[in-house]
Design a binder for this molecule. Structure first.
Ligand SMILES: Cc1cc2nc3c(=O)[nH]c(=O)nc-3n(C[C@H](O)[C@H](O)[C@H](O)COP(=O)(O)O)c2cc1C
Length: 161
């Protein structure tokens, strides 16, 4: 039997959003969007510009972009999927903001990510400090631009939750 799952995601340009939707369609559970207080503009996302908002945030490991305060009710779920685009080889720091906004003690967090080509890299290490010791963070699946939401669905079908 599957435990009750929350699928939380941040998506700046819609790719991770489609992956999150495919995940919920496959495993059930509830979808929750992590929304930045200030949305990312195209200029903010320009990784070629070392002074763009995303470049500055990702260079500063202590940056914590504010999120819209709604309640994800994390306490009601056993498993929380957290999805995001890979930025500079790891999760965007807004994911640290999200993890630090709730109590994940005793919870299992399964990461899913979309990227041009990079893997999870040191993503887990960079997120561990944002949850308490009793929370477990696992690498789930990372899909590249050559894959589709169907690949997420296929992976999710094989999960024993
Ligand atoms: C600021 C920024 C940094 C990125 N860094 C990487 C990276 O290090 N490796 C990679 O493969 N893709 C990188 N990408 C590409 C995104 O991970 C990819 O396009 C992702 O699917 C976008 O998801 P979204 O539409 O949900 O925001 C980066 C994109 C942005 C905007």
């Amino acid at each position: 039997m599957m435990s009750k799952a929350l699928v939380a995601y941040f998506s700046a340009s819609g790719v991770t959003k489609k992956a999150a939707q495919a995940l919920v369609e496959t495993i059930g559970g509830d979808l929750y969007e992590i929304i930045p207080e200030v949305l990312y503009s195209e200029a903010d996302l320009d990784w070629r510009n070392e002074n763009s908002r995303s470049s500055l945030e990702m260079k500063d490991k202590s940056s914590r972009p504010a999120i819209v305060k709604t309640d994800a009710n994390v306490k009601d779920y056993d498993v929380i999927f957290v999805g995001f685009p890979i930025w500079w080889y790891i999760a965007p720091t807004i994911i640290n903001t999200f993890l630090e906004s709730y109590d994940f003690s005793g919870k299992t967090i399964i990461l899913f990510a979309t990227a041009g080509s990079s893997g999870f890299g040191k993503t887990v290490d960079n997120l561990k400090g944002s949850v308490c010791d009793t929370a477990v963070i696992k690498e789930g699946i990372r899909i590249t631009s050559k894959q589709s939401p169907a690949d997420i669905a296929k992976w999710a079908k094989g999960l024993k939750l």
